[in-house]
Ligand binder design. Structure first.
Ligand code: FE
Length: 204
């Protein structure tokens, strides 16, 4: 159970997110030609366009927040450092959001290791920095790690998030304002803890 929320807490959270994505997200996203903010918004826009549930759109928007709330610099993998941003980010998000948001975020690096082990074409499409960080993150999963991953409640969400993540690196994609997602963030904050919907039911 995530803690109960009060209006003031929501307002403070939305202000903090606007600050993080307005001020702290100008760093480059790894070695790609997009900033953290462009990557986050593009990832969420793709999730929305593909009909994913609001909680997954918000997970897509905030999946790399762990990079913005640590002080290890823009590209720690180049210095041989695994910043464990998925753990930092999911812990941060779990203070406010249900597991349907924080869990896919916690698992999105493991999802890369899973896809490298199970989808032969996946590894060929990874960007240079994703391959660089893969080694630091433990390389492709073993068969027993693959089986264990599939027992996670939100493993399918994490795979979906990972594919969106990998696709959201286009420097020329049109970009919404971060604030355009504030209503969806509100919806995700109030989502049922038990909700494991992957797709947006209202669009069926
Ligand atoms: Fe990402």
């Amino acid at each position: 159970m995530h803690p109960p929320r009060h209006l003031l807490e929501s307002v403070q959270l939305l202000a903090e997110l606007s600050d993080i994505y307005g001020v702290r997200a100008h760093g480059r996203y790894g070695l790609s030609q997009v900033t953290q903010r462009m990557h986050a918004i593009q990832c969420a826009s793709l999730a929305q366009a593909q009909g994913f549930a609001p909680t997954l759109v918000v997970a897509a928007l905030l999946h790399d927040i762990g990079h913005m709330v640590h002080d290890l610099g823009e590209h720690p993998a180049a210095e041989g450092i695994d910043d464990h941003h998925e753990a930092i980010g999911s812990r941060w998000l779990a203070r406010y959001f249900p597991p349907s948001v924080s869990e896919p975020v916690r698992l999105h690096v493991a999802a890369k290791r899973y896809l490298c082990a199970t989808d032969k074409s996946y590894i060929d499409k990874l960007s240079r920095d994703s391959i660089e960080s893969l080694a630091l993150q433990g390389g492709p999963m073993s068969a027993s790690e693959v089986a264990a991953f599939q027992t996670e409640q939100f493993w399918r969400h994490a795979i979906a998030l990972r594919r969106l993540d990998d696709a959201a690196k286009d420097p020329d994609a049109p970009l919404l304002a971060f604030e355009a997602f504030l209503p969806l963030i509100e919806t995700a904050l109030g989502a049922d803890d038990e909700s494991i919907a992957l797709m947006d039911e209202s669009r069926r």
